[in-house]
Design a protein around this ligand. Structure first.
Ligand code: AHM
Ligand code: MG
Length: 339
C-alpha cells in the first residue's frame, strides 16, 4: 500500500481523536488515547514475554474457573492503573476481577464505566499466537457505589464506544464510537498508531466460518445444521465455506470484519454449565457486536440481537453468532426453524 494517500498523510490515533471533524464527545477521545497508550505497553510485553519469563500460568484460577496466565494479570493491573489515572473512569469490570472496581474519586458527572478483557485468547500466549484486548465504554448514570450494578448491567446499545487491540504480526487498534469503525496500525518507528483502515465495512457475505469444530457433538441440533450447511458443497451458493479458527476472538473477528463470513461461539445442548457458550457478554460479546454492527454487520444469539440483551450478571455468558449480515441472517433461520 505504498503511496496510499491515507497512510502518507500519517493520521495518528491521537490526531484523529482530537480532530474537531471526528464525531466523538470530548472526554471519550482522551479515554481512547489512554487505552491506546496502555495497549502499546501490553504489545511490548506480549512481544518479549518469552525473553522476560512472562509465559505460562500463575497457578491461580479466575472467577470463570479458568487458569490465569501471567500476562493476564500483568495486563489487567496496567489497564486498571491507567484507567484510574485518567480521572474519567468511575467503574471497571474485567474478566480477571471477580467484582467490579469502583473508583470513588473519579465518579464525577460525565465519567465512564469501562468493561474489558485485558488479554483475550490467552491460551495463544505460550505458542506466540495472536491475542488481543477488548474494551467497552458506557456513561456512568448514578452516583456512588450503590449505583454500581445499575451502571454496569445495561444493554449493549448503551455503549458509547468499543474497540479491540490485536497483537498480531502488526499491533492494531480498532474502535467504533457511534458512527464508523476505524483501524490503526502501530508504526514502531513513530511509536504511534497510524490510520490504515478508515471506515471499515464488513462484506455482506463471506466465504469462511469460524467456530471450535471440536465441540460439534456437544452442540444443539440447529448449530450442527448451520455448520453442516456451510460445509456442504454447492456451487450456486458459494459453498463449502472454509473453516478458519485461531482460538482468539479478536483475531477471528478481525478477519471476519475485513473479509466477511461468520464467527460463532454457540452454547452446548442441554442445561449444563456451557449452555450459553463460553464468551462473556459485557467485555467480549457486546463490544464486538457494537463494532460489527457499526461496520454494517450483524450479531445475535440466534434468537435475539446481542445489543438488546439486558445483562443480569457481571460475568454472564451468551452464545454469539456474528459477522456478515447475510451469513448471520442465514444462521438465524436455522435457530428460528425457518430452515
Ligand atoms: P479468554 O478470554 O479466557 O482467552 O477466552 C476467550 C477465548 C476467545 O478469544 C476465543 O474465541 C475462545 O476463548 C476460544 O475458546 P475455545 O478454546 O473453547 O475454542
Ligand atoms: Mg476473553
Amino acid at each position: 500500500m505504498m503511496g496510499d494517500p491515507m497512510i502518507s498523510k500519517g493520521i495518528t490515533l491521537t490526531r484523529h481523536l482530537l480532530d474537531d471533524r471526528t464525531p466523538i464527545e470530548g472526554d471519550l477521545g482522551a479515554l481512547l488515547i489512554k487505552i491506546g497508550t496502555v495497549s502499546k505497553l501490553i504489545s511490548r510485553e506480549v512481544n518479549r514475554a518469552a525473553l522476560h519469563g512472562k509465559l505460562g500460568y500463575t497457578g491461580e484460577i479466575n472467577v470463570q474457573g479458568e487458569q490465569i496466565a501471567q500476562l493476564d494479570l500483568w495486563s489487567n493491573d496496567v489497564l486498571v492503573d491507567a484507567l484510574k489515572e485518567t480521572g474519567l473512569v468511575c467503574t471497571m469490570v474485567s474478566e480477571e476481577m471477580e467484582a467490579p472496581l469502583h473508583v470513588d474519586r473519579n465518579c464525577l458527572p460525565g465519567s465512564y464505566v469501562v468493561c474489558f478483557d485485558p488479554v483475550d485468547g490467552s491460551s495463544n500466549i505460550d505458542i506466540n499466537g495472536t491475542v488481543g484486548t477488548i474494551f467497552s465504554v458506557r456513561h456512568r448514570r448514578g452516583h456512588g457505589r450503590e449505583h454500581m450494578a445499575a451502571d454496569i448491567l445495561r444493554k449493549g446499545t448503551e455503549q458509547v464506544a468499543a474497540g479491540y487491540v490485536m497483537y498480531g504480526p502488526s499491533t492494531m487498534f480498532v474502535y467504533a464510537a457511534g458512527h464508523a469503525v476505524h483501524g490503526f496500525t502501530w508504526d514502531h518507528t513513530l511509536d504511534d498508531y497510524v490510520l490504515t483502515h478508515p471506515d471499515i465495512r464488513i462484506p455482506r457475505q463471506g466465504k469462511t466460518y469460524s467456530v471450535n469444530h471440536g465441540n460439534y457433538h456437544r452442540w444443539s441440533e440447529p448449530t450442527r445444521r448451520v455448520v453442516d450447511y456451510l460445509s456442504t458443497p454447492d456451487k450456486a451458493t458459494g459453498r463449502p465455506y472454509s473453516l478458519r479458527y485461531v482460538g482468539s476472538m479478536v483475531a477471528d473477528l478481525h478477519r471476519t470484519l475485513l473479509e466477511g463470513g461468520l464467527f460463532m461461539y454457540p452454547g452446548e445442548a442441554g442445561e449444563g454449565k456451557n449452555a450459553k457458550g463460553k464468551l462473556r457478554l459485557l467485555y467480549e460479546v457486546a463490544p464486538m457486536a457494537y463494532i460489527v454492527e457499526q461496520a454494517g454487520g450483524r450479531a445475535s444469539t440466534g434468537d435475539e440481537r446481542i445489543l438488546d440483551i439486558e445483562p443480569s450478571e457481571y460475568h454472564q455468558r451468551v452464545p454469539i453468532i456474528i459477522g456478515s449480515p447475510d451469513d448471520v441472517i442465514l444462521a438465524e433461520e436455522f435457530y428460528q426453524g425457518k430452515r
